[in-house]
Design a protein around this ligand. Sequence first.
Ligand SMILES: C[S@@+](CC[C@H](N)C(=O)[O-])C[C@H]1O[C@@H](n2cnc3c(N)ncnc32)[C@H](O)[C@@H]1O
Length: 291
Amino acid sequence: MTIPMPLPVPPPVAIQPSMQVTDSQLSLYSELIYDRTGIRISAQKKTLLSNRVRRRLRETGIKDFGDYLNHLKQLRSNDPEWDAFLQEITTHETYLFRDETQWEWFCSYLKQRSSAAGQGKEPKRLRIWSAACSTGDEACTIACCIVSHLPSHKQWDIKILGTDIGIGAVKQAKQAVFGQRAMRLVPKNCMHCFQKSKDGHIWHAKPILTDMMSFRQHNLMDRVSESQFDIVFLKNVLIYFDATSKRQVIDNVQASIRPGGLLVAGAAEGVADMVKNYTRIQPWLFQRPRQ
Ligand SMILES: C[S@@+](CC[C@H](N)C(=O)[O-])C[C@H]1O[C@@H](n2cnc3c(N)ncnc32)[C@H](O)[C@@H]1O
């Protein structure tokens, strides 16, 4: 009997930290990313893109940018490597109570909804979507405002949906755990909604917040199945899109807002000309007509 020889183990791939995508690879990657996400990668982002893709090379053992690109192209769109790639190339910067003015507005909106519901003029029902929610900080901020400014919130039917294309971000959002940096702007009167870890570095959102929230993966280039949101928060994401993909996202989002409902955009998102037939209340706040 012959004893089979063990297969030779390939040597680990040495990836040079200085290695960059070439100009033609940059445009091929940009096209692929744009088709899938609506995000435009400009030529100035060459180093950033190279650094981010290099992490996928290291993880997969694929030796260069060209091979990795070909690998991605022949994968099905729901392959886990696509998820890992999209998670890597997107920017997930976020923190609780980001953009103070908008939260001040939201708290006054809640007071007005509370009084209208108290007079029987409006239902005790709230549907809110944090679109491109990253790690869930925005959705958690929405929940904090509800707890602090809607006194009878326990008698309301409230659902906050958080979605993001990044699977890792969504996974983290579901854990509802936040570090010190993310927590730095949380007002004192909301801190009772969080449990501090023993080492004091991490805060867990309590069920008073998490019971209202759910998270799932979603690409803004597609529509969501829900169609009756009172408010959609769409902040700090369309800055990465061009006019064509922005317009597609805005059309998708508008289709999900109920009559009289609101769109809260980031201040620098540049969507005012694209939000059709809505009343512009603030440069970042748009209302769908009631009829
Ligand atoms: C900078 S974060 C903004 C998070 C939060 N909205 C805020 O303002 O703090 C941008 C998020 O948009 C997500 N994103 C980018 N393109 C997307 C797309 N096509 N569909 C859904 N999410 C996307 C990214 O994964 C990232 O988590």
